[in-house]
Design a protein around this ligand. Structure first.
Ligand code: COS
Length: 380
């Protein structure tokens, strides 16, 4: 039986997230975007509401919700500020999830608890300047030295790189073994030899910080390795499989916001003596956005549901991300078009949607990589 009705608890999560977004995110959203200002107070409050470790059991500091509840919350946050939902998504589905699935008891106590209860913020670092889609082609290397590792290399595109307290990163422990030579580690800010680069000046999601991180003979204890040597690539990929459901939910939230703004404006705006909502050209755009928004939600919920059932969800996660991100980009572009000249101006809060939407087609795996994952799953 298919039942798409939300439970009472899920309705409450949706309402809480929506209410928070309208009261605490909406007021400063344009200025945070303009000034690339990190939503520090808002992230703190989201921690208090239990939104930073939603899928982590309560014993490890989280809220103990399922993936469906998580995507419902992400949709509401992203509908108001995509940048904030990015910070939330990375902390939840990449950082906390890696520690929950692969960390030992000591690592969970030390790192997971404060990340899940919102006292600390985490970053996830896989990419390097020469290795983006070809993720295993990394150069950063960890050399074993007694009870420590000494790390050298450069990572890039690290979300929350400047504002996080800890970074989960992936590097080689064996230079000859390809993806089997990758290991996962956690490093705390302030570790000797770790430095953080300047904040990148981005097209969109400007309130979230993105930067390079540098390891120069950075010494970290071997007990900071997550899982065994050589398991890192599989840990990274598994986390991204879940993370992509979160990105799809972000894209869905943004697309829904574009739909709502388009409907409101189309009804208000008068041209040629009538509301522009009466023109077929506008109706067609709005009908297409609405259909794709609902299609995106069904794909997002399907992937989340499969994950919650403990079933295989990698293909469905990539399908949700591929479809929802393309929907977000198209919906935001059409929303600007419906608003005409006003849509192009910053103060109407519509041009930001178009700038923000683009990243959902790129990060946590480009649309081309999602097609590769879907194709491989179908043709194996
Ligand atoms: N879960 C667990 N293990 C996985 C996995 C997954 N989802 N996907 C791959 N692996 C494992 C494979 O099983 C394989 O191990 P075996 O050799 O034992 O079978 C190993 O990892 C290498 O996999 P594969 O041969 O498929 O690696 P490729 O180099 O072909 O890369 C893609 C696969 C392209 C899918 C991967 O590199 C990728 O997702 N790239 C995009 C990275 C990305 O999203 N970056 C965003 C940065 S984070 S903002």
């Amino acid at each position: 039986m298919i039942d798409l009705t939300l439970s009472t608890e899920q309705e409450l999560i949706k309402e809480t997230a929506k209410d928070f977004a309208e009261k605490h995110l909406l007021p400063g959203v344009i200025s945070r975007d303009e000034n690339s200002e990190f939503p520090r107070e808002q992230i703190k409050k989201m921690g208090e509401l239990g939104f930073m470790g939603m899928m982590v059991p309560e014993e490890w500091g989280g809220s103990g919700f399922d993936t469906l509840s998580y995507v419902i919350a992400i949709e509401e946050i992203a509908a108001v500020e995509l940048a904030t939902s990015t910070i939330m998504s990375v902390n939840n589905s990449l950082v906390c999830q890696v520690l929950l699935d692969n960390g030992n008891v000591e690592q969970k106590n030390k790192f997971l608890k404060p990340l899940a209860n919102g006292n600390k913020l985490g970053a996830y670092s896989l990419s390097e300047p020469q290795s983006g889609s070809d993720a295993s082609n990394m150069r950063t290397y960890a050399e074993k030295d007694g009870a420590d590792y000494i790390i050298n290399g450069t990572k890039n595109w690290v979300t929350s790189g400047q504002n996080s307290d800890i970074v989960i990163f992936f590097c080689l422990t064996n230079k000859e073994a390809g993806s089997k030579g990758v290991s996962a580690f956690v490093v705390e800010k302030g570790a000797p030899g770790l430095s953080i680069g300047k904040k990148e000046d981005k097209l969109g999601i400007r309130a979230s910080d993105t930067c390079e991180i540098y390891f120069e003979n950075c010494r970290i204890p071997a007990k900071n390795r997550i899982g065994d040597e050589g398991q890192g690539f599989s840990i990274a990929m598994k986390a991204l499989g879940g993370g992509r459901i979160g990105i799809a939910a972000q894209a869905l939230g943004l697309a829904r916001s574009a739909l709502e703004k388009s409907v409101t404006y189309a009804k208000e705006r008068q041209q040629f003596g009538k509301s522009i909502s009466q023109f077929g050209a506008i109706q067609n755009k709005i009908a297409d956005i609405a259909t794709n928004v609902d299609g995106s939600r069904l794909l997002v919920w399907q992937a989340a549901h499969l994950k919650d059932q403990g079933k295989e969800y990698i293909k469905e996660s990539s399908m949700a991300k591929l479809f929802a991100s393309s929907t977000a980009m198209k919906a935001a572009t059409d929303c600007v078009q419906i608003h005409g000249g006003y849509g192009y101006m910053q103060e109407y809060g519509v041009e930001r949607l178009m700038r923000d939407a683009k990243i959902t087609e790129i990060y946590e795996g480009t649309s081309e990589i999602q097609r590769l994952v879907i194709g491989r799953a179908l043709l194996k």
